[in-house]
Design a protein around this ligand. Sequence first.
Ligand code: SF4
Length: 281
Amino acid sequence: MNTVPHRQPPPLEAKSPFELRVNLGGDLPESDVRTALATGDMGFLHSFTTGSTVDGPGVRVVAWTTGCQFRCVYCHNPGTWTLTNGVPVTIDRAVQQLKKYRHGLKAMAGGFTLSGGEPLMQDRFAVKLLRAAGELGIHTALDTNGSLGERLADSELDEIKLVLLDIKSYDPETHRRVTGTEVEPVLEFARRLASRKKPMWVRFVLVPGYSDDHDNVEGVARFAASLGNVERVDVLPFHQMGRFKWKQLKLDYVLNEVSPPPTATVERVCSQFRAQGLVTY
Ligand code: SF4
């Protein structure tokens, strides 16, 4: 008797978000992908990881979504750019996965962070998953590049406890050079979060020769300080941990020769934020 080889569903949990995962949802019909995006009944995830202490307060479980419209030159996870590189996951399966962590997270005063990729590429799934986490009594955070913030209604935004907003740059030209996209929608989302008094952490990736210019940093710092809802700024020094993925995916990586920023530059940038009254990490 002939048997058809059965493809095992990929595991949802990964040791690290740095694992390269591709084409895990590639054979889904286009119409199923469209329905998933419209309803949020199914999403595409790179993975769940546990034990993060940098993606929100306490110890975090993080779900990493796939799909991103930015093309950051330093992206450490370009495998997440394509939606169907992720594992197709029903919302029920994702919530069941979350339930496994519920008691541990409460004991450690931690929470759940939805990151990516860009989670709002799958805004309906994001809303459903974050809402389910909230209903389980789990603290929720959304880590976003902010450019698709208008996809969330005010009431949906209000349900999320914390937004981690990646501001890649303040200067429009630098933002285009770093991400390939416009900065204004990001700043507009930040202003909206401020008007709703939504607790926010700003994340700023420091890339020598790209985002480290004094005036550019000053722009981000003054803007963040003007908002009134920024609880802290995470200055994230560029690293080369994602370089191998660019190579494996045959993408053109322009930062081959760029080293992580020296300590003095990181300190200078942190002091620029602190000079505006912001707390930096
Ligand atoms: S926004 Fe994040 S996932 Fe998207 S390209 Fe930039 S670093 Fe990569």
